[in-house]
Design a protein around this ligand. Structure first.
Ligand code: PMM
Length: 280
């Protein structure tokens, strides 16, 4: 595998801190800078290997925030968390935010647009040398649902990710920096998400570490819907996230991005012990 990333013998757990008033599952809860920092530290206590700090909601239909607002939301939180020794990733589609975040200590850039939203991103990431999560993406949240059209979702996501990889490499990003992510829920229906999880082995064949973000997404609530079809609210779908984590880890995922860290940290340890055939 091509990677200069921390190789653990188990899947890593990335805890989420959304410094936004409107994220899908935890919007508003950590909007205050101090609350966000406290929450990041709690996630580390619960077993997160790294904490993903984002200042822009990507929930379906969300409008964009300005660059100034995004910087004001994430930079102080990242500075404080890295000052406490926490490994932080920045969840941003903007090159300028990525640059500022790495300057205050961010160790990874998580770009849900895979470099499509801001053409400067790959060059900036190349200059920083930090790992770069290239997620499969087809457009901004306000109209991504209309782009969820595939004849073979696994083959098309794989092909589109390969194109992104070629482009970011051409911009100077090193192979060893790249992590790929199928982008569950981003221009994907529930059925597309399940097909991608079933096809995780085919995505792994691209030869890069994989990150999976299933936590609290709508497709889990739909799977667990009441008999009358009412989706299970995300607050009661965390056990499903944990099940996805165990299976993704078993299938070789490098990292899972989750909101409720403690049970997922347990799940990756179970998966690792199972794979080793040993609890030691
Ligand atoms: N999902 C969300 C935000 N950032 N980053 C990566 N790499 N992969 C994802 O699946 C992903 C992401 C949306 O989730 P949230 O708004 O509930 O945190």
């Amino acid at each position: 595998m091509k990677m200069g990333l921390p190789v653990e013998e188990r899947c890593l757990v990335m805890g989420v801190v959304n410094v936004t008033p409107d994220s899908f599952s935890d919007g508003g809860q950590w909007f205050d800078e101090h609350a966000a920092v406290r929450h990041g530290l709690e996630l580390v206590e619960e077993g997160a290997d790294l904490v993903d700090v984002g200042g822009e909601s990507t929930r379906p239909g969300a409008a964009r925030v300005s660059q100034e607002e995004e910087l004001a939301r994430v930079v102080p939180v990242i500075r404080a968390l890295t000052g406490e020794g926490v490994t932080v990733s920045v969840d941003t589609m903007r090159a300028e935010v990525a640059r500022a975040a790495v300057e205050v200590g961010a160790a990874l850039v998580n770009d849900v647009s895979g470099g499509l939203a801001d053409p400067d991103m790959p060059r900036v990431v190349a200059a920083t040398g930090v790992p770069y999560v290239v997620m499969h993406w087809r457009g901004h949240s306000h109209d991504m649902d209309s782009r969820a059209v595939y004849s073979d979702v696994v083959a098309e996501v794989r092909e589109e990710l390969e194109k992104r990889v070629a482009l970011v490499l051409a911009e100077g990003v090193a192979e060893s920096q790249i992590v790929l992510d199928p982008g569950l829920g981003f221009a994907k229906t529930a059925e597309h998400n399940w097909a991608l999880l079933a096809g995780i082995g085919e995505l792994a064949e691209l030869g890069f570490p994989l990150l999976i973000g299933a936590s609290r997404k709508r497709f889990l609530g739909r799977l667990l819907a009441d008999p009358d079809g009412t989706p299970r609210p995300f607050e009661r779908s965390d056990a499903a996230t944990t099940a996805v984590t165990a299976l993704a880890a078993q299938a070789g995922a490098w990292c899972v991005r989750v909101h409720d860290v403690a049970p997922n940290a347990d799940a990756v340890r179970v998966a690792a012990a199972w794979t080793r055939g040993s609890g030691r």
